[in-house]
Design a protein around this ligand. Structure first.
Ligand code: ARG
Ligand code: ZN
Length: 897
């Protein structure tokens, strides 16, 4: 059966409600799994010990299952009656009382036919599993819910030549030979776990090993498993893993609780990586790196994803979620932890600020639109149809901001105390977001978090991005400055009224004339920074002894996930850009200036220069600044994206936005030409490659300079810089410089792009992850007269394209539909037609990936005509497909609602 609806035969999928939670009627204490691994037909013998949950009225046992062939069911060794209710296996005649009993279930499944990549599947002739959220039910019948935690013993049997490596969670206790060239391995996991953390891997793999001794003196074996040709790309992942182990012990006192910790890379994976207990399974994209094939951005992503999955070992695995509505309990907290980890690995404060700006940029370009669109949901949702659709930037990134605000309100030491209490109370349990927030508050009874906890928790229950409107009043005679602050939050689906949030606002004052950081008298805060906690709809704060007219620097470090509205003058923003001691607001001032120019040009419809002279001069000053980091300069000089600009206006004309932003880029390219030449010359690294933040910042800025130099050259007809760029592309000693040069040629539309692309392909035709970059660069290239879509269609016909490989599908289709608004939103609707074809095509074999692509249309209602009608039609075409998955149906129906 291909189609599976949740519910009792009804013809529509049923939404699951958070309020409907009830504890399981049975507990599963032990699970003994034996796999006979065969791609065409794998046999799974599942022997469990169960007992009735005495707290729940006696009832039948209803086990989850999906696409399984059931061969045998035994209770305490004897045959028993059972029935099927849809996909569920129902056992009614189980022993009464609360004594444990044995349940044995024998099933088979078809890993080689598993195109959804959920459950047990085959990739490159190896076996992998992905069980979160509900994949375990595709392996055996089970209570597939995170609050059922069991002890696992796993025996794997397979052909030894084809599958020499056999891995599962925990410790290897036995291995040996079997008949017919087969062998076996037996693994015992010493920790109880929910089934979504189960994993197995079998195949031809090699591993990099590292033995470490923890601070506490325990020995551990760390392993990174990859395909045989990839050993030379495992060093960085291993270093990142060692750094993660050390960091969690140092910062939170959380040690590695396993003798053996394994990471395995697979090239077919629906998402980034998975924290299975002791056996993390990763997308190759977040493991493999060497300087010839990976960019600085890849190195830094690997560091944070390796950290993320490792940190789940405590926040997710030791303490897990009671139900999937609590997903942010582990994901928001773990993203917060991986962000802190990456910041703590930065030696310089400036590099930490750069990391913070990058994280905020992700939040604002991806999560804010989600929070304003049809899929908006609270950090702790109230209902869902398909849980896979709720692995979102809201659950992850906004959830991390909520945890960050808790740390801001309790202080770093207070937050660490809260974490200790959380583990003291809940280690080994499946709990809720409330349990977490209560622990942090209880450990800090004097903090504003404790006194405001019920109101603070609205961050978990209310969707939507709050707006804070601020207005300043300077009284020169009294030397006072008053900030009037008010908050609001727009309605979101299902939530028309919002109650006020607890909004921590970190703020300071900068002298308008002097640029000096002003002391903050009258606030109780010593120094130049004050934390004001906005709790009412409207509040004011007055500063005394303010000797000169100030410019307020509000929301420093992006202290809360809100939009700040303040009617800054250009002069005020230029002051902040030049002088603010808070790096985030310094960057933000530049973004506000650029955004304001863009929106003014869009409103007036001008075809003249978009950027004013003061802005261009300010950018020149940043570029020439003697002490600012290259990485920071690169962020300041990066214009707000087309997507971000579109979010700031009510009637979106994507082609106009594209034109305006392109003309802003060209203006920066030509008016700063000499500075770009100087910048490029000043940022040449000749030493050995190192992906540290300072050197990668230098490479990023040099790459940006090349981009602008090529852009200017195409406009002026000059051949010098394109030629130099091609030369750099050929000579580059690392992928970052090589790819930046290629990008400069492609981004400028220069004719040398074609030979460079061809050369790049032939150099890297055997490197899947590099080919993904090659595809993505072309699908994401700036549109020139509608040239991208035909190129994308050609890429789909390329012999190296493979829709079944999620990385490759994303590299072409997502780069175009989600990452290239100028190319995608075509007046002839061809981009939307392409989107609908691909969503339906993907949905027929991998609904999870299809549903992600479906999200590309989230914001269609804000489009101007003719885009809006065409987008609506495309959505309706998808919605009308009769056998659509629940995954895609939930997304498109919410979009059309
Ligand atoms: N827990 C994994 C991670 O954060 C992601 C699992 C995603 N699963 C899914 N069904 N989308 O890191
Ligand atoms: Zn995670």
């Amino acid at each position: 059966m291909l189609q599976s609806f949740k519910g009792d035969g009804a013809n529509a999928p049923v939404a699951i409600q958070r309020e409907a939670y009830s504890a399981p009627a049975f507990w599963i204490d032990t699970v003994d799994l034996c796999f006979d691994l065969d791609p065409a037909k794998t046999r799974v013998l599942n022997k469990m010990t169960l007992r009735r949950n005495p707290d729940v009225p006696a009832q039948a046992l209803r086990l989850d299952g999906e696409e399984l062939n059931l061969a045998r069911v035994l209770v305490n060794g004897a045959g028993t009656s059972f029935k099927m209710d849809g996909d569920k296996l129902v056992l009614e005649n189980l022993p009464e009382g609360t004594e444990p009993f044995a349940l044995e279930i024998f099933t088979t499944c078809l890993p080689s036919k598993n195109t959804k990549l959920m459950g047990l599947y085959v990739s490159n002739d190896s076996f992998f599993t992905q069980c979160e959220a509900e994949g375990f039910r595709r392996i055996t019948y089970f209570l597939d819910r995170p609050d059922v935690m069991a002890s696992y013993t796993v025996t794997l049997r397979a052909d030894k030549a084809k599958f020499p490596v056999l891995l599962s969670n925990g410790n290897l206790v036995e291995q040996g030979e079997l008949e017919d060239g087969r062998h076996f391995a037996k693994w015992v996991d010493p920790h109880k776990k929910p089934c979504y953390l189960f994993a197995l891997v079998a195949g031809q793999l090699v591993c990099r090993e590292q033995r470490i001794t923890s601070r506490a003196g325990h020995d551990h074996l760390l392993q990174v498993y990859v395909r045989p040709g990839d050993m030379d790309k495992t060093e960085h992942a291993m270093n990142s893993l060692m750094a993660s182990v050390a960091w969690d012990e140092a910062r939170f006192g959380l040690p590695l609780d396993l003798e053996r910790f394994m990471i395995v890379a697979t090239s077919d994976f629906n998402m980034g990586a998975m924290e299975n207990k002791g056996l993390n399974i990763f997308n190759t994209k977040y493991v493999l790196a060497n300087q010839a094939t990976a960019t600085d951005v890849d190195y830094s992503n690997i560091e944070s994803v390796v950290g993320h999955e490792y940190f789940h070992n405590w926040t997710g695995n030791r303490i897990t979620c009671r139900d999937w509505f609590q997903l942010s309990l582990k994901e928001g907290l773990t993203v917060f932890r991986d962000q802190e980890f990456s910041q703590d690995l930065c030696a310089e404060a400036s590099a930490r600020a750069v990391k913070r700006i990058e994280d905020v940029r992700v939040l604002r370009t991806a999560q804010f639109p989600e929070d304003a669109g049809p899929m908006a949901h609270p950090v702790r949702p109230d209902s869902y149809i398909e849980i896979n659709n709720f692995y979102t930037v809201t659950i992850y990134e906004k959830g991390a901001e909520v945890v960050r605000m808790m740390q801001t309100l309790t202080g770093r030491a207070g937050f660490a105390r809260g974490m200790k209490l959380y583990f003291a109370r809940f280690d080994g349990q499946a709990v809720t977001c409330d349990d977490f927030a209560q622990s942090i508050a209880d450990a800090n009874p004097e903090s504003p978090l404790a006194t405001l906890l019920p109101q603070f928790k609205r961050w978990y229950s209310q969707a939507g991005t709050p707006r804070v409107a601020a207005r300043g009043e300077y009284n020169a005679d009294a030397q006072t400055y008053t900030l009037h602050l008010s908050q609001s939050c727009a309605a979101t689906p299902g939530q028309s009224e919002k109650q006020p949030f607890v909004i921590p606002l970190s703020l300071g004052l900068v002298g308008a004339a002097s640029g000096a950081a002003l002391p903050l008298h009258g606030t109780g805060s010593a120094g130049e920074n004050h934390l004001f906690v906005l709790t009412e709809q409207s509040q004011s704060i007055t500063f005394d002894n303010v000797a000169e007219e100030p410019v307020p620097s509000i929301l420093r470090g992006f202290s809360a996930p809100v939009v700040l509205d303040f009617d800054y003058s250009d002069a005020q923003l230029l002051t902040l850009l030049a002088h603010d001691t808070d790096a985030f607001n310094r960057w933000e001032a530049g973004q506000r200036l650029a955004l304001r120019s863009a929106t003014a040009a869009l409103a007036s419809g001008t075809n003249g220069p978009v950027l004013n002279a003061a802005y261009v001069e300010a950018m020149r000053a940043v570029l020439r600044h003697p002490t600012l980091d290259a990485a920071f300069k690169e962020l300041v000089l990066t214009l707000p994206s087309e997507t971000y600009i579109a979010e700031q206006i009510t009637l979106v004309e994507p082609q106009r936005i594209h034109t305006v932003r392109e003309s802003m880029r060209l203006q920066l390219a030509s008016e700063l030409h000499a500075d770009w030449e100087q910048t490029f010359a000043d940022h040449q690294d000749n030493g050995a490659y190192s992906p540290d933040p300072l050197s990668s910042g230098r490479r990023a800025l040099a790459g940006m300079a090349l981009n602008f130099l090529c852009l200017a050259a195409v406009a002026s007809g000059d051949a010098l810089w394109p030629g130099k760029t091609l030369q750099r592309f050929k000579d580059a000693g690392n992928m970052t410089d090589r790819f930046n040069a290629l990008q400069a040629l492609v981004g400028s539309g220069h004719e040398l792009a074609a030979p460079a692309l061809a050369r790049f392909h032939s150099l890297f035709k055997d490197e899947a992850l590099v080919l993904d970059k090659w595809f993505a660069l072309q699908a994401g290239a700036p549109d020139r007269g509608g040239n991208v879509l035909p190129a994308v269609r050609q890429l789909l016909a390329h012999p190296d394209f493979n829709l079944r490989n999620p990385n490759r599908a994303r590299s072409v289709i997502f780069s175009y539909c989600s990452g290239n608004p100028g190319g995608f939103h075509r007046a002839d609707a061809a981009g939307y037609v392409f989107w609908s074809e691909r969503v339906m095509e993907l949905d027929s074999f991998n609904p999870q990936v299809a549903a992600r692509l479906a999200r590309a249309m989230d914001r269609w209602k804000r489009l101007a005509e003719p885009y809006r009608s065409a987008a609506c039609e495309a959505l309706k075409r998808v919605a009308a497909k009769p056998d659509l998955s629940n995954d895609v149906r939930e997304v498109v129906e919410r979009a059309l609602a």
